[in-house]
Design a protein around this ligand. Structure first.
Ligand SMILES: C[S@@+](CC[C@H](N)C(=O)[O-])C[C@H]1O[C@@H](n2cnc3c(N)ncnc32)[C@H](O)[C@@H]1O
Length: 249
């Protein structure tokens, strides 16, 4: 964002805040457990690779960064910590996640990152037209109710030539497919459908990567295993994640 958000409204009063019954749909069984979700996302081999992967796009795309579906804020806090000169905004529908994310940022003394309650379909009021240079989203798009509305909002806030790096679970992987099919609050992510919708809204697919062989619970792997992972993950049905790079024309 070109300007920091002002958060006059307490997150629990925001229209995106829902009753706890409804909230359960946002992030499967973790909606009411920001600490538990954070500990799942903050450490481990997959987390390290995820941060590295987003650091890479940050090096190539200057300017302001918006994360859609920022969860407990793990990724943006890491990126904000290593790029104090840049401004980061996370948008997340769960008010308890937003409060958690902002509290952690404050504890860390990070002045360049703020988390706001909102959805990808309806970004907070402070998200000005054409103000974002880089949009990132991680495992969020398969949760949204209205993908076209998210793409329309992303298009509205994107500056000309902006980049959108979206990482989602790879449904071609049998375990990922089954997990997202049987788990309440999850959905499979149809990458082809997303790309077609984004192209119709003026985005161009500039790149596609497959990542991860080891599950998120693996803390560390020896160098030979990571080299093997980087080879095997290119096989479409072996990688746990899929990342798409879009450019706003
Ligand atoms: C699997 S979590 C990923 C969180 C975070 N990106 C991460 O990688 O740790 C999915 C997140 O998307 C959020 N979400 C669900 N529906 C959303 C929507 N319509 N717009 C934006 N975020 C949404 C959920 O509340 C949840 O925090």
């Amino acid at each position: 964002m070109s300007e920091p958000y002002s958060s006059a409204m307490p997150s629990s009063d925001h229209p995106a805040a829902r009753s706890s019954e409804e909230q359960r749909r946002y992030n499967a069984s973790y909606d009411e457990q920001p600490e538990a979700y954070e500990s799942l996302r903050a450490e481990g081999h997959m987390t390290r690779r995820r941060v590295e992967y987003f650091e890479d796009v940050l090096r190539r795309v200057p300017g302001t960064v918006l994360e859609i579906g920022s969860g407990t804020g793990t990724l943006l806090r890491r990126l904000a910590g290593s790029h104090p000169e840049r401004r980061f905004t996370g948008v997340e529908p769960l008010p308890n996640y937003v409060d958690f994310a902002n509290a952690r940022s404050k504890d860390l003394g990070l002045a360049n990152v703020v988390f706001e309650v909102g959805t990808g379909e309806a970004l907070p009021a402070g998200a000005a037209d054409g103000s974002v240079d880089l949009i990132v989203s991680v495992d969020a798009l398969h949760h949204v109710e209205d993908l076209d509305a998210v793409i329309a909002e992303a298009s509205r806030v994107a500056a000309p030539g902006a980049r959108w790096r979206a990482m989602e679970p790879n449904r071609l992987h049998p375990y990922v497919f089954l997990w997202h099919t049987v788990t309440a609050g999850e959905r499979t992510f149809d990458a082809g459908d997303f790309v077609r919708r984004a192209q119709a809204a003026g985005w161009r697919l500039a790149g596609k990567d497959r990542l991860y062989i080891f599950p998120s619970t693996v803390q560390q792997v020896p160098p030979w295993a990571e080299r093997l992972e980087r080879r095997l993950e290119r096989v479409p049905f072996l990688s746990g994640g899929l990342a798409l790079d879009l450019v706003k024309e």
